[in-house]
Every structure is written in structure tokens, then in C-alpha cells.
Design a protein around this ligand. Structure first.
Ligand code: PBG
Length: 325
């Protein structure tokens, strides 16, 4: 043993206080963004079966939800509207009295200090469930941009603090930025779903938001999970077009992409810890197969270590509770 040469890394792991001293990554409540599904109607609080702990709520339940978040110290939400009526062109997405526009006003009136992020997409609002306009069985890019821009402007008009376009049409950041600027909202930032993969991890969300495509899939606009360089091109375009934040989505299977985006670009980076990633842990924990608290904190910390500054997560409330311990 005497002449063995090696390093003693365990010196820095000896006690919890020593480990805390050398910890490189920290999860903060300020990093957490909580998604909320808002439905039309009154007195509705529907549990989403595939996402234990997540509900669709009507406007009259929003205040209760916001009070809980404020008490927990969560200061940002992302709102998804789930309309009653859908049509070919998703007109409820850009209606002044649309469900998400009402929800934004509601939250901003009662809780002005909360940051309200509006998800900007058409898929919950179109009867075919695609994120754009369908022409001859294809998603028409440029025509969709007009509607998406209208949606973003109506959300800004309602008081959204941040516009988060998730539709994956080419040029959506440029179109929305121009639309917002022309309408007098040059101060409203765009949090772009810059790198969004066509992922099976979105399954439970589509139950919650009623947004499954009624034919085909989203692979002609969302990205192929096999591609890395393409993700860099997507992110680059959004930076060039004027995005203020970049989202990588999903999170867990794409930590490599997150790290690379973080190293290449200087914008705040957001991880979207998506529905399937949530449901898998909830299901395993409900079976007693994993320790929920430990696994949630481990995975959220991993996202930050991979370079995420912020995390959109259905675990936000749980995590805030754990951070208080
Ligand atoms: C809408 C949208 C989706 C998600 C966020 N915005 C679904 C999709 O693209 O099919 C998924 C979020 C999640 O799974 O938690 N375009």
C-alpha cells in the first residue's frame, strides 16, 4: 500500500456540512415555473388521471392556486388554455375573451407580482390538434405564423409578462417579435421553445390539454430525437430572430443538448421537465419503487447541472416544499 499513488476525493464528502461547502449546483425556488391548465366553466377542479397531483382548473379556482404558489414561494407560472370550442384555425387561441386571455387578466389583477408566461400554440385550439393551419394534409408554415403572432399579441394585450411560443413553425420568433413590437409590446420578452423534440414524453400533457393530433403526428415540425446539430441550428435561428430565453424540451433525455446550448449561447436557458417525466416518477413512487423526494430533487438538480437556469416543472410545488425542509 505504501507506494500507491492516488487522490483522496472522499476528504470532501466526509460530512454533510463538508458536502454543502463544496456543492456546485443549487436549486432555488426562483428557478421553478409551474404549469397550469385553465378550462372554461365554473367550479371545476378536474384531476388529470395520468398526472397525479395536477388539475385542470376553472378561472374561479385560479386564485386559490396562486395563493398556494405564493405561500410556497413560487413566483412564475406558465398558463395553458383548454377551450371548449375548437375549430380548423384555432380561433379561440387569439380571441380577446379566450380562456387563456381571461386567465392572464385574472392572475395579473389578483397577483400582479407573479410572472405570467403564456404558452403560445394552436394545438389545444384546433379541431385537428396540430400546432398550425392544415392545408392539403400539411401544416402550412407561413400561414400559421400569422395566427401564432395574433395569439401572442392577444396574450400580451391581456397582460402576459412573457410569451412562450411552442409551435415549432420556422420563423416564429421573428414573426412574434415583429408582431409584439408593432403592437406596442416591445418590452415583452419571448421565451422560445427553441429546441423541441417530437417526444413520447408529452403523452400525459395531451390528456391534460386535450391537444392530441387527430391525424398523423408532429414529426414534420418537432425535432427528431436523434439529432444534436439540428438543435444547435434551431437555437441559433431563435437567437438571431431575437429570443430572450431558450427552452430545451423534454429535459431528462436531452441533458446533453442542454449543456451544449448553454455553452454556445448566452441567453437564459430553460429546461421543460415534461409531463411523461413527471408521470413516470409519480407512478413509480406510488408503487413504492423509488423515493419520490430524493428522485425529484436529484433530477431537478441534474437539469441545473446540465446548464438550465430555470425549470418548467409539474414538480414545482413538491420541490418548493422539499426546499423548505
Ligand atoms: C403544445 C405543447 C405541448 C407541450 C407543451 N406545449 C405538447 C406537444 O407539443 O404535443 C408538452 C408539455 C408536456 O408534456 O408537459 N405544443
Amino acid at each position: 500500500m505504501e507506494d500507491l499513488q492516488f487522490k483522496r476525493h472522499r476528504r470532501l464528502r466526509k460530512t454533510e456540512s463538508m458536502r454543502a461547502l463544496v456543492r456546485e449546483t443549487h436549486l432555488r425556488k426562483e428557478d421553478l415555473i409551474y404549469p397550469i391548465f385553465v378550462v372554461e366553466g365554473e367550479q371545476i377542479k378536474n384531476a388529470v388521471a395520468s398526472m397525479p397531483g395536477v388539475h385542470q382548473v376553472s378561472l374561479d379556482h385560479l386564485s386559490e392556486e396562486m395563493n398556494e404558489l405564493e405561500q410556497l414561494g413560487i413566483r412564475s407560472v406558465i398558463l395553458f388554455g383548454v377551450p371548449n370550442e375548437k375549430d380548423e384555425v384555432g380561433s379561440q387561441a387569439y380571441h380577446n375573451e379566450g380562456i387563456v386571455q381571461q386567465a392572464i387578466r385574472h392572475v395579473k389583477e389578483a397577483h400582479p407580482s407573479l410572472t405570467v408566461i403564456a404558452d403560445t400554440c394552436l394545438c389545444q385550439y384546433t379541431d385537428h390538434g396540430h400546432c398550425g393551419v392544415v392545408r392539403d394534409g400539411e401544416i402550412a408554415n407561413d400561414e400559421s405564423l400569422e395566427l401564432i403572432t395574433k395569439t401572442a399579441v392577444s396574450q400580451a394585450e391581456a397582460g402576459a409578462d412573457i410569451i412562450a411560443p411552442s409551435n415549432m413553425m420556422d420563423g416564429f420568433v421573428a414573426a412574434i417579435r415583429k408582431g409584439l413590437d408593432n403592437a406596442g409590446y416591445s418590452h415583452v420578452p419571448v421565451m422560445s421553445y427553441a429546441v423541441k423534440y417530437a417526444s413520447a414524453f408529452y403523452g400525459p400533457f395531451r390528456d391534460a390539454a386535450h391537444s392530441s393530433p387527430q391525424f398523423g403526428d408532429r414529426r414534420a415540425y418537432q425535432m427528431d430525437p436523434a439529432n444534436r446539430l439540428e438543435a444547435m441550428r434551431e437555437a441559433q435561428s431563435d437567437v438571431d430572430e431575437g429570443a430572450d430565453f431558450l427552452i430545451v424540451k423534454p429535459a431528462l433525455s436531452y441533458l446533453d443538448i442542454m449543456r451544449e446550448v448553454k455553452d454556445r449561447f448566452n441567453l437564459p436557458l430553460v429546461a421543460y421537465n415534461v409531463s411523461g417525466e413527471y408521470s413516470m416518477i409519480k407512478a413509480a413512487a406510488a408503487n413504492g419503487w423509488v423515493n419520490e423526494e430524493e428522485i425529484v430533487m436529484e433530477k431537478l438538480t441534474s437539469m441545473k447541472r446540465a446548464g438550465a437556469d430555470l425549470i418548467i416543472t409539474y414538480f414545482a410545488k413538491d420541490a418548493a416544499g422539499y426546499l423548505d425542509k
